[in-house]
Design a protein around this ligand. Structure first.
Ligand SMILES: *[C@@H]1O[C@H](CO)[C@@H](O)[C@H](O)[C@H]1NC(C)=O
Ligand SMILES: *[C@@H]1O[C@H](CO)[C@@H](O)[C@H](O)[C@H]1NC(C)=O
Ligand SMILES: *[C@@H]1O[C@H](CO)[C@@H](O)[C@H](O)[C@H]1NC(C)=O
Ligand SMILES: *[C@@H]1O[C@H](CO)[C@@H](O)[C@H](O)[C@H]1NC(C)=O
Ligand SMILES: *[C@@H]1O[C@H](CO)[C@@H](O)[C@H](O)[C@H]1NC(C)=O
Ligand SMILES: *[C@@H]1O[C@H](CO)[C@@H](O)[C@H](O)[C@H]1NC(C)=O
Ligand SMILES: *[C@@H]1O[C@H](CO)[C@@H](O)[C@H](O)[C@H]1NC(C)=O
Ligand SMILES: *[C@@H]1O[C@H](CO)[C@@H](O)[C@H](O)[C@H]1NC(C)=O
Ligand SMILES: *[C@@H]1O[C@H](CO)[C@@H](O)[C@H](O)[C@H]1NC(C)=O
Length: 438
């Protein structure tokens, strides 16, 4: 790429980072997991060579191949740079699963071509919930950082409108890891995701921090849908923290086989809460969510604050069900320090997800067990929707729900009435809430 162009673009980088010889790399900030720290420390990152910099060609008509070529050049110790005040358009599937000890500094804006038709057959497809990706990250020891400047823009409105026209059109998630072992994702602005904002799959030992997520709706007849903040799937030892999320659907969702996850210091607005699940949807499958700590969450304008959603069982001799009957367990989940503002439910635990009725659910209880769950130090006020009820805890049978506790729950409905809770098949001795309805 032309040197004069790089020099011109460098004019926008903070002065301290520019030297007479060219670009001097802004350092990766010292990223620390906290206040809660993972029980298994993250692996150390290999040293990077400050002079091994690979610029993604800003003039490339498709930034996808340019990004792949920069990654090949800078793998094993270098840093890829996307310059500020520059828009890079990714127009073809971009597979970055071969990364080794490399950093990616995003100071510009990355967008994805919004040719809906083009991506239908070409986006990376996954069987799980028909997930699709424009690009994917995998490998070892990778830090992707935006210093609060970088933007990833999914041009979501085109996709939300396409969904209104065709309910089953594939909408890629904005950002995804698949087989990423060790690293961080930080300081990025993510907006207008077609589908989920982030999916962390088949990955481990990743710190995610200082991410700003929002949607800009330009056609109110086609609002955003399914724009989860983060979904974790078949992943372990992941920390998600210090971020703001303005979205529709789950703020964070723990999908099958998410273990050792910490979520802390988030401000979520307009979401469906911090959710375990849904799980147990597919008969014959075994789903595990275990050792999750959710700490210090401010949740506003959501359908739920803390949420656990499990599908019920299915009648005997049912085979191949995709609406319940799946096995597995949810174990050792803590939600601590949770501020509710205008959420419909402060807590919603259900083992009757999408059941036609409570009777139908009780007739065929969930196969998937829930145990060792703690909700503690919940504060705030719910929305008017269920006033005076503020929470709901519904197990399909006492035998499949064990040791579910609620302590110091100081949540009120907006009216002056005493807060009420729906408790079904629960051990009420362990619930420090006012159970009024079965
Ligand atoms: C995350 O927030 C905590 C508490 O506000 C702070 O101590 C920590 O430095 C922050 N971490 C990062 C990486 O910004
Ligand atoms: C809707 O999108 C799906 C997935 O791309 C496609 O298979 C189907 O043909 C589309 N339906 C219509 C009516 O366009
Ligand atoms: C806005 O959304 C509606 C409903 O999906 C659609 O019919 C209309 O074409 C959209 N408008 C534009 C400008 O895309
Ligand atoms: C909770 O998170 C907020 C940011 O959302 C932060 O300012 C505050 O210091 C955190 N509190 C604790 C106890 O960590
Ligand atoms: C929270 O979401 C509502 C709409 O759901 C929006 O009106 C409001 O501006 C959002 N708050 C912030 C701080 O972005
Ligand atoms: C989850 O892990 C268990 C135990 O390793 C395995 O049997 C099961 O198939 C996994 N489930 C999924 C959805 O990956
Ligand atoms: C429960 O999970 C936490 C992490 O959230 C972990 O530190 C703790 O050891 C786990 N407890 C048990 C009994 O495994
Ligand atoms: C909740 O929604 C209301 C109205 O949409 C908005 O004014 C308020 O800022 C939102 N709260 C937060 C914390 O964003
Ligand atoms: C289920 O199948 C078994 C053997 O195939 C049969 O004996 C049993 O009656 C069936 N149960 C129901 C409820 O249909």
């Amino acid at each position: 790429m032309r040197h004069s162009l790089i020099t011109a673009l460098l004019g926008t980088v903070p002065a301290a980072t520019i030297t007479t010889t060219g670009f001097s790399l802004p350092a990766l900030p010292n990223l620390i997991a906290g206040p809660k720290t993972p029980s298994r420390p993250f692996p150390l990152s290999a040293a990077r060579h400050p002079s091994r910099i690979c610029f993604v060609d800003p003039e490339a008509p498709d930034a996808g191949p340019a990004l792949i070529s920069a990654a090949r050049d800078c793998n094993n110790g270098g840093t890829i740079v996307l310059l500020p005040e520059t828009t890079y358009t990714i127009a073809s599937p971009t597979d970055l699963t071969f990364l080794r000890s490399i950093d990616i500094l995003i100071l510009g804006t990355i967008v994805f071509s919004d040719d809906v038709e083009y991506w239908q057959a070409r986006a990376f497809g996954y069987a799980y919930q028909d997930s699709h990706l424009f690009w994917r990250f995998g490998g070892r020891d990778v830090n992707i950082y935006g210093l609060g400047i970088g933007v990833i823009d999914g041009l979501g409105q085109t996709w939300w409108t396409a969904k209104r026209r065709n309910e089953t059109v594939y909408r890629p998630h904005l950002f995804g890891t698949d087989g990423l072992y060790g690293g961080s994702i930080s300081g990025l602005n993510m907006k207008n995701s077609p589908m989920w904002f982030n999916v962390i799959m088949n990955s481990r030992d990743i710190l995610i921090t200082d991410i700003n997520i929002w949607n800009e709706v330009t056609n109110s007849s086609s609002p955003p849908a399914n724009t989860d903040g983060w979904d974790t799937y078949r992943s372990t030892n992941i920390v998600i923290q210090n971020s703001t999320i303005n979205n529709y659907d789950d703020c964070v969702s723990f999908k099958p086989n998410s273990t050792d996850i910490i979520v802390q210091n988030l401000q979520c607005n307009g979401s469906h809460g911090i959710s375990v699940g849904s799980l147990g949807q597919y008969q014959g499958q075994y789903d595990i969510v275990e050792d999750v700590y959710v700490y210090n969450i401010s949740m506003s304008n959501a359908s739920d604050g803390a949420r656990i959603k499990i599908w019920p069982g299915v009648p005997p001799n049912t085979t191949g069900s995709s609406s319940g009957g799946g096995a597995g367990y949810v174990r050792n989940i803590t939600y601590e320090l949770f501020y509710n503002m205008n959420n419909d439910w402060a807590i919603e635990l259900t083992q009757c997800y999408f059941a036609s009725s409570l009777e139908a659910c009780n007739a065929y209880p969930a196969v998937l067990q829930i145990e060792d769950i703690v909700f503690k130090d919940f504060y705030g006020t719910t929305s008017k929707k269920h006033d005076p009820k503020v929470g709901t805890l519904v197990c399909s049978d006492p035998s499949v729900c064990k040791n579910i506790r609620a302590e110091n729950i100081v949540v009120s409905p907006p009216s002056a009435a005493t807060a009420q809770w729906i408790c079904t098949n629960m051990d009420e001795e362990l619930l420090d809430v006012n159970c009024v309805v079965a």
